[in-house]
Design a protein around this ligand. Structure first.
Ligand code: BGC
Length: 706
């Protein structure tokens, strides 16, 4: 991979280092210690007399989180911390569009700056090892290349605003169950092939300024104080010279943390002076048990970061950019990203887009048609300026000229949602900080039966019936893993029955991770996937359903028929409490499905369009390390296609791997030349160019001629 550092930055780095050392020589030990641990829940201590400000942090990644009291997990309740609510990272990944990732990152950076933050705690780039991990919606993909490419663009967008991105959680943080204590048993090759590359790309291609360690252990060591992860890999091998921050409560030992390459300890408790890298460290240094140089190194890196962010040494580094939040441009980006994230999974009878004559009386069924999702999910929760639900989106699009009715159809378990609202983060260190959610309350059966009856009766009476179901943040949530991929709230039954009365039912699934569809998917002709798509999600979805926007999203992860088809469950273990065995090694996602010929419900890279694309004329451009082909739009709608390049090499342990992609817009009836830049082109590899991992249209290799 190419290293983007240039000489100019190196000279500047040297100057920054000198200035950092100059400040360091003036700092007392107590002041230094204050800079390397949380003095509040989201900030370190500054040193006023030397003009060193505190470092202010905020979650990420779907927007800048609301303000909390300095030492209490209670929202302040300000009226000025509503923000742009951006699509979740799974949605961003569905766009397969680096520009979208950059723009979303840029909104986040500008808003973080506008809210006075220095570090935004994202993006999350952990691999989706299992569809059941509760935080999957915060992550990009099961594929390291796709995640790395998008994360790097996203980070550049954030950091363009003199705000640091904080790529998280390094490394192998793939389950929530016992997340503070679980030990990941994995062979090193798989770590390097699957779990490291997105972090590597964040460092090398994205130039990320800060990295957050993970809660879990790897090889018996807590990630946030791991010699192997932080020192051997991150610092020595990758040359990362930025700041490493612990996850909140991820440090467990003063000596180990001090000696490791961790720079800042953060936690969820308010006994800030008692943090491992606070008074306990001070005492050990005074007693001569730990050298002061270990602290100096950390402080030096923090002071360099502050210069990169133009927080100090302004005469040399220049003026810091000022940010803004809730700008019209930000909402436009949120809408653009949401549009590109919608995935058309199935459209067998071309019911979509909804024809004009079918737009007069529309019935939306399902809680997710009206449910708002911003304010949930754990630390990724957002206090959104607004959020357009699918129901509002349809009404927005069709004005008052259509009758748009809504019935609930099913109901969630409200008691669970209430439980979730009482502040979980304060208690997040208890019970190992994560568990498996329980199946829901069976007592709601009667209420649901009635809701179902009502929906079924109405369904026959409308031109168009749209079911909007899926999950919510009681399932897609930090601190929880799902027990399986089943749809909650008896939705399967409702969908089956609806399909009996309406063969033309349009099914919209709105969720942060895939769900089992096997009990109805064969009867359904029309299925659309929407993620938690941000404040403009409902508008984007309605535009797609009505044909104002041609869908172009592609799945960034395998949609399994059932979770036991996924290698983490079929071969390895998941959601164990003390150690979890990654026996599947590198066979994660489609790499396993392809190799062992397991049929997915929808494969990696899948996503339909209202138009048709014909691929032709594949060529290898060895000189420029490119793969080229043409894509012709042979249908009636303008549209974008994601051209994907999978590499197959004889003797490789994988059947194929994604190594390139490009999204191209092609007008109806026209043809575009696409060139995909590859990191390398091997003479003995076969390059398969396709519309998904299982819809390969062209193959080209060096031997077959270019
Ligand atoms: C999460 C991090 C988050 C931090 C601060 C932790 O519980 O794992 O992703 O950034 O809290 O809210």
């Amino acid at each position: 991979m190419k290293d983007e550092k240039n000489n100019n930055t190196n000279i500047k780095n040297e100057e920054m280092k000198q200035y950092a050392q100059h400040l360091l020589s003036k700092l007392t030990l107590e002041e230094k210690i204050g800079m390397i641990h949380g003095a509040q829940l989201f900030q370190t201590a500054g040193v006023k007399r030397l003009g060193i400000p505190p470092l202010k942090m905020s979650d990420g990644p779907m927007g800048v989180r609301q303000e909390f009291f300095p030492s209490e997990w209670k929202a302040v309740g300000n009226q000025d911390d509503f923000v742009t609510y951006l699509p979740c990272n799974s949605a961003v990944a569905s766009s397969w569009n680096r520009n979208i990732a950059y723009e979303v990152g840029s909104v986040l950076g500008e808003e973080a700056r506008g809210r006075g933050k220095d570090i935004i705690l994202g993006p999350g780039v952990n691999m989706k090892r299992s569809p059941l991990c509760g935080r999957n919606f915060e992550y990009f993909s099961e594929d390291p290349y796709l995640a790395g490419e998008l994360a790097a663009a996203y980070i550049r967008g954030v950091q363009n605003w003199d705000v640091a991105a904080c790529v998280k959680h390094f490394a192998a943080n793939n389950q929530e169950t016992q997340r503070l204590w679980v030990d990941v048993e994995i062979d090193e090759e798989s770590l390097r092939e699957i779990y490291f590359p997105a972090f590597y790309d964040a460092v090398k291609k994205g130039g990320v300024f800060t990295v957050m360690g993970a809660y879990n252990k790897v090889y018996g060591e807590h990630s946030c104080q791991s010699e192997f992860l932080l020192n051997e890999v991150l610092r020595k091998e990758w040359g990362f010279d930025g700041v490493i921050i612990s996850d909140w409560g991820g440090v467990h030992d003063t000596e180990a943390a001090a000696r490791s390459q961790l720079d800042i300890e953060m936690s969820v408790t308010n006994d800030f002076d008692d943090y491992y890298m606070a008074n306990p460290l001070l005492e050990k240094i005074k007693a001569g048990e730990i050298s002061i140089e270990t602290v100096d190194q950390k402080v030096e890196r923090i002071l360099i970061l502050m210069q990169k962010l133009k927080m100090i040494h302004k005469e040399a580094v220049g003026e810091r950019k000022s940010g803004a939040y809730n700008t019209p441009q930000h909402r436009k980006t949120a809408l653009e990203a949401a549009r590109e994230s919608v995935v058309l999974l199935k459209n067998e009878r071309q019911i979509l887009p909804i024809k004009k004559e079918k737009q007069t009386r529309i019935l939306l069924i399902g809680e997710n048609a009206r449910q708002l999702h911003a304010n949930g999910g754990g630390s990724a929760e957002i206090k959104a300026l607004y959020e357009i639900s699918p129901l509002m989106g349809m009404k927005n699009q069709l004005g008052g000229n259509a009758e748009i009715a809504f019935v609930q159809g099913y109901c969630s378990d409200e008691t669970k949602q209430e439980q979730q609202e009482t502040n979980w983060q304060e208690k997040s260190l208890e019970n190992g900080g994560g568990s498996m959610i329980q199946h829901e309350n069976p007592k709601l059966a009667e209420k649901r039966r009635k809701l179902r009856e009502e929906a079924l009766q109405l369904a026959a009476d409308y031109d168009t019936v749209i079911f909007v179901g899926g999950l919510d943040h009681t399932h897609d949530c930090e601190g929880n893993d799902r027990p399986d991929m089943k749809l909650p709230y008896e939705q399967d039954l409702l969908i089956q029955k609806l399909l009996e009365v309406r063969k033309d039912l349009i099914i919209v699934m709105l969720a942060g991770s895939p769900v089992e569809m096997k009990s109805w998917i064969h009867q359904a002709d029309t299925v659309v996937w929407s993620w938690y798509a941000g404040m403009e999600g409902g508008n984007a979805l309605a535009e797609v359903l009505l044909g104002k926007v041609n869908p172009s999203g592609k799945l960034p992860e395998t949609f399994y028929k059932t979770h036991s088809d996924c290698s983490a469950h079929a071969v390895g273990t998941f959601a164990e409490t003390t150690s979890v065995a990654y026996r599947e090694g590198s066979y994660v996602g489609y790499r396993y499905q392809d190799k062992y010929q397991v049929e997915p419900e929808f494969c990696f890279g899948h996503g339909l369009s209202y138009t048709t694309f014909v691929y032709a004329d594949a060529r290898l451009d060895m000189e420029n390390q490119k793969i080229c082909c043409t894509v012709e739009n042979t249908g009636n709608y303008d549209g974008s296609e994601v051209v994907q390049v999978y590499v197959r090499t004889e003797g490789s342990k994988f059947f194929q791997e994604l190594k390139g992609f490009e999204k191209v817009f092609v007008k109806a009836g026209e043809k575009e030349e696409v060139s995909i830049v590859m990191e390398r082109i091997d003479k003995d590899a076969l390059y398969c160019i396709g519309s998904s991992s299982r819809d390969i249209r062209l193959m080209v290799s060096w031997e077959k001629g270019c």
